[in-house]
Design a protein around this ligand. Structure first.
Ligand SMILES: Cc1cc2nc3c(=O)[nH]c(=O)nc-3n(C[C@H](O)[C@H](O)[C@H](O)COP(=O)(O)OP(=O)(O)OC[C@H]3O[C@@H](n4cnc5c(N)ncnc54)[C@H](O)[C@@H]3O)c2cc1C
Length: 368
């Protein structure tokens, strides 16, 4: 099939808080960014607007003292990016070639040549795939079922109620411990008889009187009622096969996240889970001209405001790069659009052909 070719200075992938913030900054800098986002796909967990599209109340995004609905917030981000001239393309990217600039992105209908690329493809929470877990109105997702305790734990519906956390790793322990600030009790449901979490986190959780561990147990179904939401979970003891209903007001699935980075495997440095590795002082990846922001490079904070913050950084980094200014790399070097590396101590410049030159202007005889 014939594809149309587009040449752009800044291409952004993903329209969550990170991608749209990058778009606002790049558009205001007159870089005419092209933002490519995947269409809605329940199975692949993509929604234009990103993860906040599947939640209701957002209480912690600064600037909204009375909270705001997730989809409403993302609509405002999008309008702001549009206002400054962001161009949007709703397409699946099927292939990328980052071996040289311009980078080549392939979609079903377009070949996009990008001088700089900002990756903001986010991360997807892993789900159990059990009845009751899907988003309202199919299940109780957003009405008692969540994958983010920091985001939803403080909501009024969970305060002084009994809650369930599912999982056995660091995330589950962290979520359960956090929820004890609000809940009257937290049941931690785990398939095995011991936790995978680090020893220090386990010790903290075992000492917390509000956490009750339910071992060797799986969750078969999340139960609830129309508008009022979650009322309990059906548990199965994996050793005896006995089932029982545990009443609760909320279920937090904490079995991990998967960064959306399959597309970039073998082309950009990632950690063992698949999170893109960026420089500590910038959003630069190991590929000069490719920047990453938001949850796709952040296994730690995973919040809308931090995603937006790094989206801003990525746009400023791309702008600097296009202006031929050096960008800090994960190696500690700085690199320019011409491919020159400035060493971490700033003493030397390594040119693309390997020639090394001192990074200072030779003093004239008179100055000496
Ligand atoms: C249920 C829930 C409630 C939450 N509540 C809060 C809250 O109250 N407050 C808060 O601060 N945070 C909250 N969060 C976390 C917050 O949503 C994320 O931290 C934030 O959305 C991350 O933004 P992002 O832009 O990095 O990625 P995302 O929002 O994940 O957006 C990524 C985008 O990339 C697109 N994409 C992925 N792969 C491709 C591809 N191959 N090609 C093209 N496009 C692609 C996706 O379609 C999506 O639009 C919540 C998360 C969840 C799941």
């Amino acid at each position: 099939m014939l594809t149309q070719t587009l040449d752009r200075e800044v291409v952004i992938i993903g329209s969550g808080p990170a991608g749209l913030t990058a778009a606002i900054y790049a558009a205001r800098a007159n870089l005419r960014p092209l933002l490519i986002d995947a269409p809605s796909d329940a199975e692949r967990q993509t929604t234009p607007g990103g993860q906040l599209m599947i939640t209701t109340e957002v209480e912690n995004y600064p600037g909204f003292p009375h909270s705001i609905q997730g989809p409403e917030l993302m609509e405002a981000f999008r309008l702001q990016a549009e206002r400054f001239g962001t161009e949007f393309l709703e397409e699946w990217i099927t292939d990328v070639d980052l071996s040289e600039r311009p980078f080549i992105l392939q979609t079903g209908n377009y070949t996009v040549n990008a001088q700089t690329l900002i990756i903001a493809t986010g991360a997807s929470a892993k789900w159990l795939g059990i009845p009751g877990e899907a988003k309202v109105p199919i299940g109780f997702g957003g009405n008692g079922v969540s994958a983010c305790a920091t985001c939803d734990g403080p909501l009024p519906g969970f305060r002084n109620r009994e809650l369930v956390v599912v999982g056995g790793g660091d995330t589950a322990i962290e979520e359960a411990t956090f929820l004890t600030r609000y809940a009257s009790k937290v049941y931690l449901i785990h398939r095995r008889d011991k936790l995978r979490a680090s020893k220090i986190m386990q010790d903290k959780a075992f000492q917390n009187k509000k956490i009750e561990f339910v071992w060797n147990t799986g969750v078969e179904e999340i139960l609830g009622e129309g508008n009022s939401g979650v009322t309990g979970v059906r548990l199965v003891n994996l050793q005896t096969n006995e089932t029982r209903v545990l009443p609760c007001a909320g279920v937090f699935i904490a079995i991990g996240h998967k960064p959306n980075t399959d597309l970039f495997k073998g082309q950009i440095d990632m950690d063992e889970v698949g999170y893109l590795i960026t420089s500590h002082r910038s959003t630069a990846t190991n590929v000069p001209g490719v920047f990453a922001c938001g949850d796709v490079q952040d296994a730690t904070y995973r919040q809308a405001v931090t995603a937006a913050g790094t989206g801003c950084m990525a746009a400023l980094d791309a702008e600097r790069f296009l202006d031929h200014l050096p960008i800090p790399m994960p190696t500690g070097d700085e690199v320019t659009i011409e491919g020159e590396h400035v060493t971490p101590d700033h003493q030397a410049i390594i040119e693309p052909d390997g020639t090394m030159i001192p990074n200072h202007v030779a003093l004239s005889a008179q100055d000496e």
